[in-house]
Design a protein around this ligand. Structure first.
Ligand code: PLP
Length: 412
């Protein structure tokens, strides 16, 4: 559908065999959109000025910097002066959480988050715990959603920040940020949402959502890696973490990364222009993939919410086998996906997100995340649906867990 976007799915010559390549890991990162690259190119050479310089070279670049800020603000229905450019989503999350913690430390040192946040949030909260802050990690149900009553009950007089993601990167489960924000605001608490996976995939209207700070990342929406942004609602008190020049209205010092900022502006402009087409495309491929796999492979379980889920994300557990083995076998067939497991001290640890959802460790360990993107086609999905069942069958054949199950069934 998106002509010109470098196909994430193409054949390459591998020895004598021409292998098809299908990239289904867009929640990890995305290819750069050709229009984004084209928009960035002049800013590496011709328009190289420093946006803070008052001569012609600086003034020209400053004009484009302002335009890019507006292009990021418009699809979010924010004001351009509420947008700050950062280096990545992780930096945006750090700036929000530590920035609020520092700004309000005299008022209180309690933060509320969930157990299923990205490590950019969880590890930042853990750092603050070591520094004397108290953090409440809300539990989630089997579909990955929090209980709003538990959130209400967790609020203390010293709570200064609620940080809860817009959509989960592993399961795609979408959080009720409007309701969460209302609860935060009723009690005068700052609400930050990590929207790294939501921006470009879901409509977001910050005039209607009670959100103080929102984090986003460029490389999830077809910019190069190394650019992010933060929305900070007018009037929100936040301490700066990077001190130096007066860039980004004193919120983040450092000479602006103009080519990448221009790229992010373009990516947001494209996301807005193509929003409806993009949503429909992703949703139809995701559901085709889900149907195709469910029709051909028994003992498959969906992880995440059935409907309140990102249009591009499908997380499935293939019972009785290791997600990691499945991932490696799919890789040999040219298919790139991700498993929830993380390698910690040489051992595979099941995903903290799936475990928090109450999924048994062996089921969590059998999970694979498929995340679709703009350049994927029906042919990509059909290739996966053709290849995957044979691999699952082979892995189950050698799986002691599966053989035990079959033997038990035979015994009746
Ligand atoms: N938050 C979420 C939900 C993410 O999925 C990611 C990246 O995967 C991040 C934060 C970090 O973003 P970045 O890679 O731009 O640092």
């Amino acid at each position: 559908m998106h002509q010109g976007l470098p196909s994430a799915s193409h054949g390459i010559a591998l020895g004598v065999r021409k292998m098809r390549r299908v990239y289904l890991d867009h929640n990890a990162t995305t290819p750069v959109h050709p229009e984004v690259l084209e928009a960035m190119m002049p800013f590496f050479q011709d328009q190289f000025g420093n946006a803070s310089s008052i001569h012609w070279a600086g003034r020209e670049v400053k004009k484009h910097l302002d335009e890019a800020r507006e292009k990021v603000a418009v699809p979010l229905n924010a004001n351009p002066d509420e947008i700050i450019f950062t280096g990545c989503g992780t930096e945006s999350d750090n700036m929000a959480i530590k920035g609020v913690a520092l700004a309000f430390q005299e008022k209180g040192r309690h933060i509320i988050t969930t157990r299923v946040e990205h490590h950019a949030v969880l590890h930042t909260c853990q750092f603050l715990e070591k520094m004397g802050w108290e953090v409440t990690y809300l539990s989630v149900d089997s579909e990955g959603l929090i209980d709003l009553e538990e959130l209400r009950r967790s609020i203390k007089p010293q709570t200064v920040l609620i940080t809860i993601m817009l959509a989960n990167n592993e399961t795609g489960t979408i959080f009720p940020v409007k309701e969460i924000g209302e609860i935060a605001w009723e009690r005068g608490i700052i609400f930050h949402t990590d929207a790294v996976q939501g921006v470009g995939k879901l409509p977001i209207d910050l005039k209607k959502l009670p959100v103080n700070i929102l984090s986003l990342s460029g490389h999830k929406i077809n910019t190069p890696k190394g650019i992010g942004a933060q929305y900070i609602r007018k009037g929100t008190k936040l301490a700066s973490l990077i001190h130096g020049g007066a860039q980004e209205r004193n919120r983040r010092a450092g000479t602006e990364n103009i080519p990448y900022i221009i790229g992010l502006g373009k990516a947001c402009e494209i996301a807005r222009r193509d929003a409806a087409k993009r949503q429909a495309h992703l949703l139809s491929l995701r559901d085709r993939l889900h149907r195709g796999i469910s029709d051909r492979v028994p003992h498959v379980k969906l992880n995440g919410h059935a409907t309140k889920r990102l249009p591009n994300t499908l997380n499935l557990s293939f019972l009785y086998i290791e997600g990691e083995s499945l991932l490696l076998n799919l890789d040999l067939e040219g298919i790139a996906v991700s498993s929830g497991s993380a390698c910690t001290s040489g051992a595979l640890e099941p995903s903290h997100v799936l475990l928090a959802m109450g999924i048994p460790p062996e089921v969590a360990q059998s999970a694979i995340r498929f995340s679709l993107g703009l350049s994927n086609t029906e042919a990509d999905v059909d290739y996966v649906v053709e290849v995957l069942p044979k691999i699952v069958q082979r892995l189950r054949y050698i799986s002691p867990l599966y053989q035990k199950e079959v033997a038990a069934l035979k015994r009746g």
